[in-house]
Design a protein around this ligand. Structure first.
Ligand code: AMO
Length: 439
């Protein structure tokens, strides 16, 4: 039989149950992280979204009725009314002596994954049971950090005159070329899920000047790596009256602020993930290397030769990451491997583009954009794309489009790195990969 919640409401979350509440009555609610029955003594570790508190039932101290009735299992959903007491050996130096306890929901005897924190179950099994898995302390730490990162990004950008935009995720034609798009049916027409806010953020930089969007985009890439997803969460930034150099400066200041806040506000989560020493405030400005300097470095240090116009291979990045362990920029990529909207450099062999790297991992792409409609038309043609398909975008460029520049940052990749995770799937609540569409 389950208990009814009735008019019980939580008075506190676990982290609010601090020593200044000693001898006061609280009502807590959450799940049983751990349960020990030592005969005359029962301990329940009640967890909620912020942490846990020990509930102690000692025969003779609590009523016989509650002592005898209380038999819980892992992850039972419970509510407890009780008094806060000081107890040195309990987590946080506090325990709650219950006067009443309600079992609101039960679990099977054997849970599909370990929830005690003693072992980490295999990732696919955890993802199959993701809502349960997300309750683990480790995941709580990851998603506290993720929340802090997103919050700081918004705060920082809003303070710096950016406007938050929301752009369509269902689109009629390819954003950046025809590949990597998921087609969908839009009534009787074919449409696509967007791969990037690129064209809309550019258009809106001609309205709100400095814009950003934090949202999903979709990549139909059959990549089975630990850094690729099919649904990604990106930060898109676009700045009018600006070039790549302005974006480089804003981005590094943003990264700096995010790490500062994560250190200040999420130290416990960093410690739990053993990332407190690795998460250091980066020095500004970030080192900048041109693509060509990078190729020379890779050749001289690792004897890996990359032809001008080729992407830097994963093998080379992995090695580079051992030498360049912090954040750094790679600028002026060959125009031949950049999208049509990127501005060519004075020497058109190069482009006004950059990536922000963290060690071996690419976190962003960005650059100065083309803002003349004529030049954009030619750029589309040069990339083998049909300007007619881009007509609704191109006409915006005839309405006084300002010079602009921007960047797209993969939030999931960044969280993977910041939390020291092995696999990007751990950095999102419900990952989408070529093999995973549920839960
Ligand atoms: P790009 O395609 O490089 O650039 O994407 C920007 C950043 O998003 C992340 N990312 C991914 N993360 C996980 N899985 C994937 N499949 C994946 N694909 C990309 C990376 C990458 O650096 N419109 C441009 C941005 C711009 O120029 O403003 C764009 O989308 O961290």
């Amino acid at each position: 039989m389950l208990d009814d919640m009735d008019d019980w409401r939580k008075t506190h979350y676990t982290h609010e149950v601090t020593p200044d509440l000693i001898d006061q009555e609280v009502t807590l609610g959450g799940w049983v992280r751990n349960y020990r029955d030592l005969g005359g003594l029962k301990f329940i570790n009640l967890q909620d979204k912020y942490g846990e508190r020990q509930i102690t039932l000692k025969k003779g101290v609590v009523s016989d009725e509650i002592f005898d009735k209380t038999k819980v299992g892992y992850q039972y959903c419970i509510m407890v009314k009780g008094k806060v007491k000081a107890f040195k050996k309990a987590p946080g130096g506090i325990e709650v002596i219950p006067s009443e306890l309600k079992i609101l929901n039960k679990t099977p005897d054997k849970l599909p994954i370990d929830m005690t924190g003693e072992t980490i179950s295999e990732l696919d099994l955890r993802l199959n049971n993701r809502a349960l898995d997300l309750r683990s302390v480790r995941n709580q730490a990851v998603f506290q950090i993720r929340g802090e990162v997103l919050n700081t990004i918004r705060e920082f950008l809003l303070e710096n005159n950016f406007t938050e935009i929301t752009t369509p995720k269902i689109i009629g034609s390819a954003t950046e070329g025809g590949t990597e798009l998921f087609p969908i049916m839009y009534f009787d027409k074919e449409a696509f899920l967007t791969q990037s806010a690129q064209l809309y953020k550019e258009q809106l930089s001609g309205v709100f000047e400095r814009v950003f969007e934090i949202s999903d985009c979709f990549r139909a890439e059959k990549s089975h790596t630990r850094r690729h997803l099919c649904e990604i969460f990106t930060l898109d930034i676009e700045m009018a009256f600006a070039t790549m150099n302005d974006v480089l400066k804003t981005l590094e200041e943003l990264v700096h602020q995010v790490i500062k806040n994560v250190r200040e506000n999420q130290m416990n989560s960093l410690k739990f993930l053993k990332m407190e020493e690795k998460t250091v405030l980066p020095e500004l400005p970030f080192p900048r290397y041109t693509y060509e300097e990078m190729l020379e470095l890779i050749e001289s240090k690792f004897r890996i030769s990359i032809e001008f116009g080729e992407d830097i291979s994963t093998e080379a990045y992995r090695k580079l990451g051992k030498e360049l362990t912090g954040y750094y920029y790679i600028t002026h990529w060959p125009m031949s491997i950049k999208p049509f909207y990127i501005m060519p450099s004075k020497d058109p062999k190069y482009s006004e583009s950059f990536d922000l790297q963290m060690g071996w991992l690419e976190l962003t792409s960005g650059g100065t954009r083309v803002h003349s409609s004529e030049q954009l038309r030619q750029a589309l043609e040069a990339k083998g794309l049909n300007p007619i398909a881009f007509e609704s975008h191109l006409k915006v460029y005839d309405f006084g489009m300002p010079p602009h520049a921007g960047v797209g940052l993969g939030i999931d990749r960044w969280i993977t790195f910041l939390c020291g995770l092995d696999d990007i799937r751990e950095a999102v609540m419900y990952p989408r990969t070529p093999d995973r569409l549920t839960p």
